[in-house]
Design a protein around this ligand. Sequence first.
Ligand SMILES: [Zn+2]
Length: 128
Amino acid sequence: LKASAAVIAGVKIVTVAVPVLGGLVVLYFADPSQCRLFPPCPIHVATGLYCSGCGATRALHCLLHGDVSGAMAKNPLVVVALPFIVLLCLRPSLAQKPALPIVILAILLAYAVLRNIPLYPFVLLAPH
Ligand SMILES: [Zn+2]
């Protein structure tokens, strides 16, 4: 039984941790605002509107370089949500709450609406 738990842990590391760390290494060295490795957001290209993920890749690139204010300028939700995402990864049992997907969806939808309002202070939510 212990051996199978170790195998499962190893599979999780190989299938989740290695790709995530590999992606972070690529994101560290490749600036999304400078290179074409990262495609633009299809929602923004099609509509001109910012989705809740717009600027997230650039924000993560900034965070990997210790630039928190730059990350906040690109996508403040990523900066605020990142500790919770890490917590949910470390404690998956917390993600078992039935209301969590609804709360997350509501936050993402509200954020997408608010960051497209062309008035202060909402403009601070748009990537800049
Ligand atoms: Zn987008």
